[in-house]
Design a protein around this ligand. Sequence first.
Ligand SMILES: [Zn+2]
Ligand SMILES: [Zn+2]
Ligand SMILES: [Zn+2]
Length: 222
Amino acid sequence: MAEGSGSAGKVYPGMVECGIKCPKCDGPVPLNGPWETAHCDRCQADIDVPHDFWTDIFNDIIEEIKSGDLAEGEGRNSTIFGTFNTTLLYGHLIPYCEECKTDFDMDTLDLAPGNAFVHKCANCGRKTNVAPPPAWTKEEYPKAKVFVNAIMESGDKGEAPAVSGPVAFTCPQCGGALMVDGAERLMPCKFCGVNVYLPDDLWFRLHPAKTKRRWFIVMADG
Ligand SMILES: [Zn+2]
Ligand SMILES: [Zn+2]
Ligand SMILES: [Zn+2]
């Protein structure tokens, strides 16, 4: 299905690992894909991420690759004080399998997929998600061709809760057995009516904090 695109000209593979500080509470917010909105797990704020936040980062990577500043296999850490307080690890790296570190074969990677697809590692068989760019890049950043191992929208699956299904919890007021599904942190006890605020250990088990993830953007001119 993946038609070879090796003849399509030069491609620039960039690796990204990125996090910002929440502007409201200073909590760490990983950006695990080219999101337009991020969500702070600590204070529940939704944070708008401007498009040029991403295009600046992608342009820097592509320029450093073209100028030879960033040789293949090289990565760099940077801290950016701009729209956000950002920590960024970026590099000139071909997407690779997280399990066995085998590089993707760039000659056969579909650089114009209509839909997201799964790349199977040639060595160990591990599956990695490959996605077409989000809609906004079509006009604003056509150099973006595919995203590898990124979560394409904040809140997407891919970060499964540590527990699935409802969890039993005892009402601290009346001792009634409540079933907690994690939808709301403050829930009324159906026996005594008191509002029960779920404690941190239970809440964070139902809503694990997102961790930073390494993802790739494959770019090409035109
Ligand atoms: Zn916050
Ligand atoms: Zn592998
Ligand atoms: Zn109760």
